[in-house]
Design a binder for this molecule. Structure first.
Ligand SMILES: C[S@@+](CC[C@H](N)C(=O)[O-])C[C@H]1O[C@@H](n2cnc3c(N)ncnc32)[C@H](O)[C@@H]1O
Length: 211
């Protein structure tokens, strides 16, 4: 019998893919626009951590000339990211890595922008993950890590749709989000050689780091 490995936050790639296409799709261009506007990064190399099916990285690629590295610990999510990048003719400026945020197989100071949406609650060592993010950022590079829906209108619409599909959809990460938000100030305080600020507004809850 084939036993499929389950990955925290990425245990059902097929189901997640469908939800992204049918429900979450409108948020990615909005969030990508906010990231590009807030970080000013439109060129160089971007890492999308916990990319899932790659929707955020592809939206950023669509409004910039950034090369995107899609990273996820689920090989199936990475396979889906690759398929979409091929379909959207982004393969020439994409690469794909199966791996864990806690041990990035990337050289120091190689990224201009690191982004991540909806993945951080599932990471098992936030302190180490943030140190990895800062390590791979170039001097002057930005990171934008967090979660949200881009706007209140999108959030309300999506929460309503998701509640109709499955009332318990937030359960796997609700407690982790609370723990993460409590732990975050001390983690950011201890980050070497980087400035950071928390953004908690209608776009969602994000950390913006500048190295
Ligand atoms: C809720 S999905 C979000 C996907 C995508 N960023 C989006 O917004 O559509 C969370 C993703 O994070 C990935 N993930 C969770 N923990 C991870 C880790 N420690 N390292 C790398 N990827 C991780 C999961 O496999 C999953 O694809």
């Amino acid at each position: 019998m084939e036993v499929k490995k389950r990955y925290p936050g990425g245990g059902d790639p097929q189901g997640y893919d469908r939800i992204v296409r049918e429900v979450f799709a409108p948020i990615y261009p909005v969030i990508a626009g906010q990231i590009v506007a807030r970080t000013g990064k439109k060129e160089g190399h971007c890492l999308d951590v916990g990319c899932g099916t790659g929707a955020l990285g592809r939206a950023i690629a669509g409004m910039s000339s950034l090369h995107i590295t899609f990273l996820d610990h689920s090989p199936e999510m990475i396979a889906r990211s690759r398929d979409y990048a091929e379909k959207e003719a982004l393969i020439g400026r994409s690469d794909f890595l199966v791996g864990d945020i806690s041990r990035l197989a990337l050289d120091d100071a190689t990224m201009d922008l690191v982004v991540s949406r909806g993945s951080v609650p599932f990471w098992n060592d936030w302190e180490r993950a943030y140190r990895e993010i800062v390590r791979v950022l170039k001097e002057g590079g930005h990171a934008y890590i967090g979660g949200g829906f881009g706007s209140v209108a999108l959030r309300d619409e999506i929460v309503q749709t998701m509640n109709k599909r499955n009332k318990e959809w937030r359960r796997p990460f609700q407690d982790k989000v609370r723990l993460y938000q409590e732990a975050l100030p001390a983690i950011l305080e201890a980050l070497p050689a980087a400035q950071s600020k928390m953004i908690d507004d209608e776009s969602g809850f994000w950390v913006h780091i500048i190295k």
